[in-house]
Every structure is written in C-alpha cells, then in structure tokens.
Design a protein around this ligand. Sequence first.
Ligand SMILES: Cc1cc2nc3c(=O)[nH]c(=O)nc-3n(C[C@H](O)[C@H](O)[C@H](O)COP(=O)(O)O)c2cc1C
Length: 156
Amino acid sequence: MKTLIIYASMHGCTQQAAEKLKPELSGEVKIQNLKEKTPVFIDAFDTVIIGGSIHAGRIQKSVINFCKNNLEILLQKKVGLFICCMDKNRAQEQFDNAFPDLLRRHARAKGLFGGAFDFNKMNFLQKAIVRKVSGIEQSVEKINKQAISDFVHQIQ
Ligand SMILES: Cc1cc2nc3c(=O)[nH]c(=O)nc-3n(C[C@H](O)[C@H](O)[C@H](O)COP(=O)(O)O)c2cc1C
C-alpha cells in the first residue's frame, strides 16, 4: 500500500500535521508540498491524502487547483481530506467550502486537525489581522492529535 500526503502550508502548521500523520500510516508514505515544482504522480499511489490551511475563510488556491485538475483520478483512489485552522466554530463550514462536493462525499477520512498561530512567521498585516479577529497576542500551537488518530482509523 502506497500513500501520498499532499499539502499546502503558509507558516508550517499543515506541514507539521502532515509529518505527525505520516508515521501513523502503514505501508510506504510519501509527503509532498504543493509549493514544490516537482510534478505529482498520483497514479503510483493507492491512497491520496490532501491537506491545506484556512486563511480568510479559504483554503490555498494550489489545493483547490490540485483537487479540480485531478478530480477524476482521485475519485478512483482511497482519499483523505484535512484542514488546519484556528476558528473551531467555523471549522466544519470552512472544510466543506475547501473541497469539491464530489470529493468530500467520496473521501473515506475527513479531518479538522486544529491549527497554530506563529507570530514569528507572520508579516505585519497578518499579525494585525490575527490580533483583531482572534484576540490572541502570542504564538500558540493547537494541533489536535486525537483528530489525527481518528483520521488514521478512518482511512485504514
Ligand atoms: C492572516 C491569517 C488569517 C487566518 N484566517 C483564518 C480563518 O479565516 N479561519 C480560521 O479558522 N483560521 C484562520 N487562520 C488560522 C490558520 O488557519 C492557522 O494559523 C493554520 O494553522 C495555518 O496553517 P499553516 O501554517 O499550515 O498555513 C488565519 C491565520 C492567519 C495568519
């Protein structure tokens, strides 16, 4: 069994979540950042896990394009979908808006993996937005390990 975890991450939280997920999965697992220019060969994998993070309510454009461009082949694979985000109350809604309807319905595992605010990696504007919207002033990490473990049970 070969699994591909493909993700996009602005400040590294989704990457961390993907790295926490990897050792929990059985078989051969490859992680790929959508930022890398190397082409993605989905054909070689039995399972494809797609993750991204939410900013201003939306997932990365690269994730949207990946799902759109590969929808047909993804519907023939075992699929897992996850997001990282910090607004617990809107997490499900943001997840539903992040992935195409067909793909969500096809997915065997769906994960809301929590998130993080890393003020060291934010620019001035991002810091101002986060302070205003969340009231949080310092870096926090709230990756949900239980959600990752539930996801692993769903996909395997
Ligand atoms: C500028 C900015 C805007 C954000 N907007 C949202 C949002 O609309 N909803 C939400 O749930 N989280 C929001 N977040 C929180 C991110 O989803 C969270 O930091 C996530 O862990 C980022 O993952 P990444 O480092 O992999 O990009 C925002 C974070 C930043 C810095």
